[in-house]
Write a protein that binds this ligand. Structure first.
Ligand code: HEC
Length: 391
């Protein structure tokens, strides 16, 4: 009953997180696109920086961007902030439901570091807070005069975070916490810097004075960071379904390189209207292919006939180490249905999923948190079985 409710709660919060995240990043992409596509050449009215015509959903839209702002504030002014706040709130709620509620299984991997669930949660939450504080201090330091160096340092800092977390938490948990740290930085940028700078803009306008330029400059810097962080954060959020990423021995390096590809792709879309960026997409694609090659699993040696292992021979291992969760009727507390829809009650279920079973067992991702204490000999036997299969 409790596990059943938890599953539906997971679904509901994930659904909400996804929807508000789409709204946030969608709006951010849209305004970025708008800024880059404003027609600034056409003869403008006084005080207008650029304009743009668009057709969408059966109507024409005509937008203008003001150089400084309108003479008089409009009655209704739309802000874009709730998408960001709700994405963060729903994301943290989801972390509680999926990772913290089940910390022994989801946060800890004894082969990485055997810590208590409480400590793992403390480190998880601590990593979000510390990331924001360090990032914020970097942005406030004199480095802000040199945005390129600052950007590079932030990237290095997040890479170091990925490395450190990979030494402490389970692979999935370390990935998701880097993602959550980036998400926290982005949402806090909106809350602590971008919205206050817009408020200053509006306040100055209503008081008929020139806005304090430092607000605008900080707001711009932070929203540029947010823009470049979107693709890495989205990659990390979906990476949990791809064991070739988090399951790799150098999973932190995979995270860094895929993120670098994401930043490059984002950069291409930011400056392509300048027509100086043709090399970027092919380079990103090349980098991506390199990652695919570098993470290619080593070819496993063939098994001699005498050592062949049949599915029937590994079924006792699967039943003991996997089927407490992966069964039509799991016995593991906290599981109402087979996780990822995978039940290993019958040999045929295991054979049909041979690739996945082998990958998860060899990369020591499964059994989750090694709760069922699978031994290395048993893993070796599963590998022998996999290599014995007729493929
Ligand atoms: C303590 C519970 C538990 C045990 C024991 C367990 N698993 Fe899992 N397994 C999970 C959960 C939870 C997921 C879903 C993770 C997700 O998608 O976030 C999962 C997912 C999987 C997946 C799908 C991974 C993917 O993303 O494609 C495979 C394959 C798998 N398990 C195999 C195994 C094998 C093989 C064993 C035994 C050696 C095993 N599991 C033992 C809980 C468990």
């Amino acid at each position: 009953m409790e596990a059943h409710i938890a599953e539906w709660l997971n679904l509901l919060v994930r659904w909400i997180h996804f929807i508000v995240g789409v709204a946030w990043i969608g709006a951010s992409f849209y305004f970025n696109w708008l800024e880059n596509h404003l027609n600034r050449q056409a003869l403008q009215e006084k005080g207008i920086d650029g304009n743009l015509w668009a057709v969408h959903g059966g109507g024409f839209y005509h937008l203008k961007k003001f150089e400084n702002g309108p003479d008089k504030l409009p009655e209704v002014l739309h802000w874009f902030k709730w998408e960001a706040y709700m994405t963060w709130v729903s994301g943290i709620t989801l972390m509680c439901i999926v990772y913290y509620y089940n910390a022994q299984a989801m946060m800890i991997d004894p082969s990485v570091l055997d810590i208590s669930p409480f400590l793992s949660i403390l480190i998880g939450i601590g990593s979000l807070v510390v990331s924001w504080v360090i990032y914020d201090q970097l942005c406030k330091s004199s480095l802000k005069e040199n945005p390129k160096l600052l950007g590079a340092l932030i990237f290095v800092f997040l890479g170091v975070l990925a490395f450190i977390l990979s030494l402490i938490l389970s692979p999935r948990a370390s990935y998701i916490h880097v993602g959550a740290a980036i998400g926290t930085i982005m949402a806090a940028n909106v809350f602590f810097v971008i919205i206050p700078s817009q408020k200053e803009l509006v306040k100055a306008l209503s008081e008929g004075r020139i806005p304090d330029p430092s607000f605008g400059a900080n707001g711009l810097l932070r929203s540029r960071h947010n823009n470049y962080l979107t693709l890495p954060v989205l990659f990390i959020m979906i990476s949990n379904h791809f064991p070739s990423t988090y399951g790799n021995q150098y999973n932190w390096l995979v995270l860094i390189t895929v993120s670098a590809v994401g930043v490059l792709v984002r950069h291409y879309y930011n400056i392509r209207h300048l027509h100086k960026a043709v090399w970027m997409l092919p380079t990103a694609l090349f980098g991506f292919i390199m990652i695919v090659m570098a993470t290619m699993p080593a070819k496993q040696a063939a098994v001699e006939d005498a050592n062949k292992v049949t599915t029937a021979q590994i079924m006792p291992i699967i039943t003991q180490r996997c089927a407490s969760c992966h069964s039509a009727k799991p016995t593991q507390p906290g599981f109402a249905a087979p996780p990822a829809g995978l039940a290993y009650d019958k040999p045929i279920d295991v054979e049909n999923n041979a690739d996945k079973v082998n990958t998860q067992v060899m990369q020591k991702i499964m059994p989750l948190g090694n709760l069922t204490q699978m031994t290395d000999e048993e893993r070796e036997k599963v590998s022998l079985w996999y290599r014995s299969l007729e493929k």
